[in-house]
Design a protein around this ligand. Structure first.
Ligand SMILES: O=C(CO)[C@@H](O)[C@H](O)[C@H](O)[C@H](O)COP(=O)(O)O
Ligand SMILES: [Zn+2]
Length: 195
């Protein structure tokens, strides 16, 4: 890969973030409010995704369970992407499409929130997790990209979709990470007055 190619990737990533920064702040704040209201009512946030988005799901839950940028009590969050015995047994005995929905049905309660991450909006296991979340009377915050995929057809009245205006999975993920940090900052500001 040439140095010029690397410079081009940085330029594309900057451009994507700038475009997202023009259109996403309001919907990110709305998503943060959904999460804050759940946490204030004793709820928790479950998170899921595939590949790089599984990493994002874990990144988010770790910053709630541990801390983001300020000293504050631990907050209840569970990434559904980490328990290899659970993931492999569900995939092996049933289907990979059910690896998250089965966990949502076991762990999710009314008032909890599902953070559903898919750059295409078409990953079947995330789609089924959204359906399971609705069955458990949970709200959904989705982070997507492109045209939003099949997930667009699933959202209920209390759900929020944060859709990055880009088509490259990598560029979408780079904005998803910033959104995760913006959500953590919003939660800390609202619940604890911020750093
Ligand atoms: O991180 C990357 C690409 O940057 C990949 O691992 C990517 O996450 C995988 O291809 C995922 O399976 C894509 O799924 P999704 O984002 O479309 O739901
Ligand atoms: Zn990636």
């Amino acid at each position: 890969m040439s140095v010029d190619r690397i410079r081009q990737l940085f330029a594309e990533s900057l451009e994507t973030k700038a475009k997202a920064g023009e259109v996403l702040p309001e919907v990110i704040a709305a998503a943060g409010q959904v999460m804050v209201e759940s946490l204030l009512n004793g709820g928790k946030i479950l998170s899921c995704g595939n590949g790089g988005s599984a990493g994002d799901a874990q990144h988010f839950s770790s910053e709630l369970l541990n801390r983001f940028e300020m000293e504050r009590p631990a907050l209840p969050a569970v990434a559904l992407t980490t328990d290899s015995s659970t993931l492999t047994s569900i995939a092996n005995d049933y289907s990979y499409n059910e690896v998250y929905s089965k966990q949502v049905r076991a762990l999710g309660n009314a008032g909890d929130v599902l953070l559903a991450i898919s750059t295409s909006g078409n990953s079947a296991n995330v789609i089924q997790a959204i359906q399971a979340a609705h069955d458990r009377e949970m709200k959904v915050v989705a982070m997507t990209g492109r045209e939003g995929g099949e997930m667009v057809n699933l959202y209920g009245p209390g759900d929020i979709e944060i859709r990055v205006p880009a088509s490259s999975t990598a560029r979408i993920q780079e904005v998803h990470l910033l959104v995760i940090h913006a959500l953590c900052d919003f939660i800390d500001q609202q619940l604890f007055g911020g750093p």
